[in-house]
Write a protein that binds this ligand. Structure first.
Ligand code: KIV
Ligand code: NA
Length: 274
């Protein structure tokens, strides 16, 4: 098996072979994705993907820790990064440190991710200077959906693009080892990638980013609702599951399942020697 991927290795991957990143929320899925991936993100997208919540806002620290620990148990190779959920870090650098330290200690993951640009620079510096590696997340920030009023792409207007570029610089200067760039117009993602010295990991951003990430359930076709434009569907696992359930239902109703090979019989009687 390949050596475990470190934070230092991710940071050093700038403009080398693109970084392969996917989300994971459970042990078996982490086991399935581990070899192919450089980084597995336990995203707070699990609120929508796993729990059917309307946004990432209601996701709790306890949920992130439970799923983070599950993913770490399934990953031997990829770096596991766990999202700090809404409300767990925005108050102060001290609050962010306390909760990020719990995530690191209780899951065994290698780093945390948090949303925010320049406003989070002080917090990112506070964490990274005290032993907690931080993956930054700029551009579209789903935890700010109530303030921003939707999930539309960012950076179409020049002023907004300059702000996002300044965010990228600020989180890099604060010590982030890489930056997720979500939902920004492609030329801006390319410009950010050219500008900062740590890898950019794009989602709905640009092929010129230093890596890509997708929500696994979206690209595997597990999610039944709306799938964003930037997702390429690599499998239709949802349809496979539906078909399996229908086959099982037909077998049970026709008494074709269970069959002889699935049954526990009584032990064969021993023939008395005589
Ligand atoms: O929560 C998540 O899955 C994420 C990625 C999409 C970047 O933050
Ligand atoms: Na997230």
């Amino acid at each position: 098996a390949a050596k475990p991927v470190t934070v230092a290795a991710i940071r050093a991957a700038k403009s080398a072979t693109p970084l392969v990143c996917l989300t994971a929320y459970t042990t078996p899925v982490a086991e399935a994705l581990d070899e192919a991936s450089d980084l597995l993100l336990v995203g707070d997208s699990l609120g929508m993907v796993v729990y059917g919540l309307p946004s990432t806002i209601p996701v709790t620290l306890d949920m992130m820790i439970a799923h983070g620990a599950a993913v770490v148990r399934g990953a031997r190779h990829a770096l596991v990064v766990v999202d700090l959920p809404f409300g767990a870090y925005q108050e102060s650098p001290a609050q962010a440190f306390r909760n990020a330290a719990r995530i690191l200690a209780e899951t065994g993951c290698g780093a945390v991710k948090l949303e925010g640009g320049a406003v989070m620079a002080e917090t990112i510096a506070f964490l990274t200077q005290r032993g907690i590696p931080v993956l930054a997340h700029i551009g579209l920030q789903p935890q700010s959906v109530n303030a921003l009023g939707g999930y539309a792409a960012r950076g179409k207007l020049a002023a907004e693009a300059e702000t996002i570029l300044a965010d990228a610089r600020a989180v890099t200067d604060a010590g982030a080892f890489a930056v997720v760039v979500e939902g920004v117009v492609a030329p801006l993602a390319a410009r950010i990638t050219e500008t900062i010295r740590v890898p950019t990991i794009g989602i709905g951003a640009s092929a010129e980013c230093d890596g890509q990430i997708l929500v696994t359930d979206d690209m595997m076709g597990v999610t039944f609702g709306h799938v964003p434009k930037f997702v390429r569907k690599y499998a239709d696992v949802g349809a496979t599951m539906k078909a399996a359930a229908e086959s099982y239902a037909a077998d049970v109703r026709a008494r074709r399942f269970p069959a002889e090979e699935h049954l526990y019989g009584m032990p064969k009687p021993k023939i008395a020697a005589g």
